[in-house]
Design a protein around this ligand. Structure first.
Ligand code: UGA
Length: 429
């Protein structure tokens, strides 16, 4: 059986690695970007996905990486995992998807198209109407960045949207391991599968905005949001996941999917208050935290500040919709002098390209040298265990802003400690 995966971001690559590791012998990994293909052929993968990279390297001899349309001819199925970014108006830009479909139509007289990309509801139906000799299956991915292979190979559920029983069976055969290990499979229409993906992501984003809004109240009434979430999450109907108060969500998924869902709703003339509020709260969260910095430093002109964590979340190198960008804009506009650090070199390089005036450092210690204060922007492990005496020796000032609540409010003695949803703590020594 010949299988082609089009679009080699982390979703497409996780799909490729899964297929190879589950016995498929003829898998073509296709991307139009020749530079990308050359990198992958050389065994270089410029992102932080340890398990995925490990699996791809092990399988390197079995994968045909290609940017040539000849290599994708006459496949039994085409997995489409191209990006679907947002246009200015919030609608999904389907130009990559359109060109993938166009290529498939020229490469095969008819087989299966399996959509992994997150696409607006109705997309599968439109493709089916356009390419009548193809089955169109929706197989949404639920992969979080940084753990793409883990999520692809051990999913919570497999959602299959299709119209013919044979198409459901086709996916079941490819995913025999999950059939055998009892992973839930859900069979539904393409529309339901497409909406299930958006509904899941926006629900997770809503949990984050809910807790961030609750954090503001928590602070006002003298509660500690970490204790509040501990109590809430113990109820399995609520759960602990996605309830960490912080600087808001970023990345390539939640912001984009929220906007796309609202566009679909408005097109259908359905009012959706919760997704709207979710994104509005998120938009103001970095500003809310910046105001805490302003309260403590009303005049930021010339104040030296370090930003710790630049990617949109810990463990990745991705700067898309990263909170660090918003904070940097606000701090620079107020006249602060910034240094910055992220464990990922790719993230540092990308950040340096946007902000030539910010000093990018190869360690947090270098970034902290001589600063008045620093802001913890992401939840990296190395930011959660800093030695207070070490900080005293490095820094000029004695204030810490923790945008991820990584420390207990009793941890610091020499520093003023400002976090989210908890009262600021003055130094005790
Ligand atoms: C998200 C979903 O978690 C995946 O299930 C989904 O498949 C994926 O989008 C997608 O659509 O492809 P991802 O964007 O990689 O995955 O990242 P998350 O780990 O969900 O984090 C998103 C943002 O929320 C980050 O900025 C993170 O810092 C923030 N976050 C997360 C919080 O502020 N609080 C939390 O409790 C959890």
């Amino acid at each position: 059986m010949k299988l082609v995966v089009l679009g080699l971001g982390y979703v497409g690559l996780a799909n490729v690695a899964y297929l190879i590791n589950h016995g498929q012998k003829n898998v073509v990994a296709f991307d139009q970007d020749e530079k990308k293909i050359a990198l992958f052929k050389a065994g270089r993968f410029p992102f932080k996905e340890a398990a995925l990279i490990d699996n791809l390297k092990k399988a390197s001899k079995k994968i045909l990486y290609s940017s040539s349309s000849k290599d994708i001819a006459d496949a039994d199925a085409y997995f489409v995992a191209v990006g679907t970014p947002n246009k200015e108006d919030g609608t999904a830009d389907l130009s990559f998807l359109d060109s993938a479909i166009e290529m498939i139509s020229k490469s095969s007289k008819g087989s299966r198209i399996i959509i992994r990309s997150t696409v607006p509801v109705g997309t599968a139906k439109k493709i089916r109407e356009r390419l009548k000799s193809f089955s169109v299956i929706s197989l949404p991915e639920f992969l979080a960045e940084g753990r793409a292979y883990e999520d692809e190979s051990s999913p919570y559920r497999i959602v299959i949207g299709a119209t013919h029983p044979a198409d459901f069976e086709f996916i079941r055969n490819l995913r025999k391991t999950e059939v055998n290990n009892g992973t839930p499979f859900y069979y539904m229409s393409n529309e339901s599968a497409e909406l299930a993906k958006y509904a899941s992501n926006i629900f997770l984003a809503m949990k984050i905005s809910y807790i961030n809004e609750m954090a503001r109240l928590s602070e006002a009434v003298g509660a500690d949001i970490n204790d509040v979430t501990l109590a809430m999450g113990a109820d399995p109907r609520i759960g602990h996941a996605m309830l960490k108060a912080g600087l808001g969500y970023g990345g390539s998924c939640f912001p984009k999917d929220g906007a796309a869902l609202l566009e679909t709703a408005s097109h259908e003339e359905v009012s959706m208050l919760l997704p709207k509020a979710t994104s509005a709260i998120n938009d103001t969260q970095p500003l809310y935290f910046f105001n805490k910095i302003k309260e403590r430093f009303p005049n930021l002109q010339g104040v030296k500040i370090a930003l710790l964590g630049l990617a949109f979340k810990a463990g990745t190198s991705d700067l898309r919709n990263a909170t660090s960008l918003l904070l940097a804009n606000l701090l620079l506009a107020a006249g602060a002098i910034l240094s910055a650090y992220d464990p990922s070199k790719e993230a540092r390089d990308a950040f340096a390209a946007v902000y030539p005036s910010i000093t990018l450092c190869e360690s947090k210690e270098t970034a902290l040298q001589g600063v008045e204060t620093f802001v913890i922007v992401t939840e990296e492990d190395e930011f959660a265990h800093m030695d207070e005496k070490g900080l005293l020796a490095l820094m000029a000032g004695r204030v810490i802003f923790d945008g991820r609540n990584l420390y207990s409010t009793h941890y610091f003695h020499y520093f003023e400690y400002v976090s989210i949803g908890r009262a600021a703590v003055k130094p005790t020594i």
